[in-house]
Design a protein around this ligand. Structure first.
Ligand SMILES: [Zn+2]
Length: 636
């Protein structure tokens, strides 16, 4: 895929969608089914323009190609808003009689009408035009925000002594020059230092570099928040948060605030105990220590887990080589969900590092996945799952892509060993991918191709994370890189015992960030610097010290994306759902009958039914917060 390929394909798809729109507006089909189909075809055409470029803009090695993606993205957003604001389509859809209409078709219609109202179709022409213009501005600013983060990697020089105690394979890959070692802010490089280096000033130095990234976003984020607010007000909402949360399970800023208060109440006692344990460690290092910095939570948690549970993640690392982890995940998906992966070499690639697989479910072709798993310049720095192509039953097979930054077997000198926490992330992202494939073979309407409530989207992934703590799962692939010995049961038991320790403080921290994301978007941002807003929340709600002079939150990836802007609380919300789903596995996570039921009841319906109904169908009752709170209370 070259920049020219991206441009010409994007332009021909745009032309096709425009033609469909003109036809539909010119003469909307009189027949109900034909109308609904024509609207859905147009929605699918729009989705197909946006899907693959949303991946390519994050992974393509050529700047030229990434810029081509951004240009197509802007045009596709513009066209998308034009479609949503189309009065002839809105009127035709509204006039449809729903008597005897198939439930899924009725839901697709209803959600489409809501999308159209949310885009301003019902406004007067002047305000509709303003909403269109603001939407384009929001897209452009989001792109700048993401670009500034993607392109800013810092390098810090640390004394070799600061890396004492880091894993041997990590050190071997980074030989000292004149007693100094270079460490970048890319996650695989940085995370082990933050967790293991006993040198407090080295950790601080790296944190400062990390939170200084994307300085350009100080201005970009102010403008983005202003444009989001103005858009929401133009559409008739009190704030962008009200607009952003409306179509989610959380539903409103007030609900989200209440939910966060409730979570904080449930986390308070375990968090107090855990914080005391962490402070005790901090005071052993420095008797005058009065606080622990947010950037130092991981380090202190790692030490506490070591002391309490004799659990040292470094002990697990030699068992977690990238390639065997990847294979184990593919095998597990086969066993639990009936997904079988066959490696393929497609014609269309963006970088030779990505691996591609054809997927079948119960023997039938079910789509494709791609794994682009190692860092390189210009690539997204996060771990994300993307839809490269939306699956719609009988029309097109799903293609999902993981974009991660795990150790690279080709680049590292020696085996590419992973942190257990990275393997958890791998499972998490794979959960998104399984979800995309499974529902993409069931759902028949493009509008229902994903659950309507975005704050449900993290639940299947949070749930899958639990598997990498199972003895059954670890025993089958985790072999020592040198001796070939299987991971000892005793080590797995200690890993399990240590797993949830710290969930009290971590949940509180997640609630702090959720509240920051909400406060950054629940009023007119004029005159309210994002850093000041975020800091005020942290000062009120965090137990941990904040990094002085940091540019947080402008280097927070999620703030550039509309899926999370005011809704970072999605992670906690999804954790609550995931904990409840887990309680539905009465005979343990490896129960294949329950796993299939989970696949068919929770994953497969996609947007066909409300997410709450899908969960209730699996559990045999409505979801609640009991399992989530119980797990929190027992987290040490
Ligand atoms: Zn996720």
């Amino acid at each position: 895929m070259t920049a020219d390929d991206i441009r010409s394909r994007g332009e021909s798809r745009l032309a096709d969608a425009k033609e469909r729109l003109a036809k539909l507006e010119g003469a909307p089909p009189r027949d109900r089914d034909a109308l609904l189909r024509a609207v859905d075809d147009l929605q699918l055409a729009l989705t197909n323009i946006a899907s693959d470029i949303s991946v390519l803009v994050n992974v393509h090695p050529d700047l030229d190609a990434r810029e081509a993606c951004e240009a197509i993205q802007q045009q596709s957003t513009e066209l998308g808003v034009r479609v949503l604001q189309s009065r002839p389509i809105y009127d035709a859809l509204s006039a449809v009689s729903t008597a005897g209409l198939d439930a899924h078709a009725a839901r697709a219609r209803e959600l489409t009408l809501r999308d159209m109202r949310r885009a301003g179709v019902a406004l007067d022409p002047a305000r509709r035009a303003k909403a269109q213009e603001l939407r384009a501005r929001v897209t452009q600013l989001s792109q700048s925000y993401a670009r500034n983060l993607r392109d800013d990697v810092r390098t810090v020089e640390l004394r070799a002594s600061a890396l004492e105690g880091l894993p041997a394979d990590y050190l071997a890959a980074r030989p000292a020059v004149n007693g100094m070692v270079k460490v970048t802010t890319d996650p695989p490089d940085m995370a082990p230092v933050m967790a293991y280096s006993r040198d407090r000033s080295a950790r601080l130095q790296l944190a400062r570099a990390y939170y200084d990234r994307a300085r350009g976003n100080i201005e970009v984020f102010d403008r983005l928040r202003a444009a989001r607010h103005e858009l929401a007000v133009t559409l008739g909402y009190a704030s962008f948060a009200a607009y952003n949360l409306e179509d989610k399970m959380m539903a409103s800023p007030e609900n989200l605030d209440r939910f966060l208060d409730d979570v904080r109440d449930a986390a308070r006692e375990p968090a107090e105990r855990q914080y005391d344990a962490l402070m005790e460690i901090a005071r052993r290092d420095d008797p005058a220590a009065k606080s622990i910095g947010t950037w130092d939570i991981q380090y202190h948690l790692a030490r506490a887990k070591d002391e309490r549970f004799r659990f040292d993640p470094r002990e697990v690392r030699p068992y977690l080589e990238y390639r065997s982890v990847r294979q184990a995940i593919l095998d597990l998906a086969a066993q639990l969900f009936g997904l079988v992966f066959t490696k393929i070499e497609p014609d269309e690639i963006w970088h030779e590092d990505a691996e591609h697989f054809a997927v079948s479910i119960d023997g039938k072709p079910a789509g494709f996945i791609s794994l682009d798993m190692h860092p390189r310049p210009g690539k997204n720095k996060w771990a994300t799952s993307f839809g490269y192509k939306l699956g719609v039953k009988g029309r097109q097979l799903p293609h999902n892509v993981l974009v991660c930054n795990f150790p690279d077997p080709k680049a590292s000198k020696g085996p590419a060993l992973m942190e257990h926490a990275q393997v958890v992330t791998f499972f998490h992202e794979f959960g998104h991918l399984v979800h995309g494939i499974v529902r993409g073979n069931v759902v028949e309407w493009a509008r229902l191709g994903r659950p309507a409530e975005n704050d449900f989207m993290e639940a299947p992934s949070r749930f899958l994370e639990d598997y990498i703590f199972e003895l059954d799962v670890l025993r089958r692939f985790a072999k020592h890189i040198e001796t070939g010995a299987a991971i000892p049961e005793d080590l797995v038991r200690r890993l399990q015992a240590a797993r949830d320790f710290g969930q009290g403080v971590m949940t509180e921290q997640s609630a702090v960030q959720s509240r920051q994301s909400l406060r950054l978007h629940d009023g007119d941002p004029a005159g309210h610097d994002a850093r000041t807003v975020a800091r005020a929340v942290a000062d009120r709600e965090s137990r941990f010290a904040q990094l002085e002079g940091s540019n947080w939150p402008v280097n927070w990836e999620h703030m550039g994306s509309e899926a999370y802007a005011a809704a970072y609380g999605t992670y906690l919300w999804s954790s609550l759902i995931a904990a409840d789903i887990r309680s539905g596995f009465r005979n343990g996570l490896m129960d294949i009958a329950d796993a299939h039921r989970y696949r068919d009841e929770v994953l497969a319906p996609g947007g066909n039914i409300p997410a709450a109904d899908a969960v209730a169908n699996f559990l045999g009752r409505p979801y609640n917060s009991n399992a989530f709170k119980e797990r929190l209370a027992q987290s040490g």
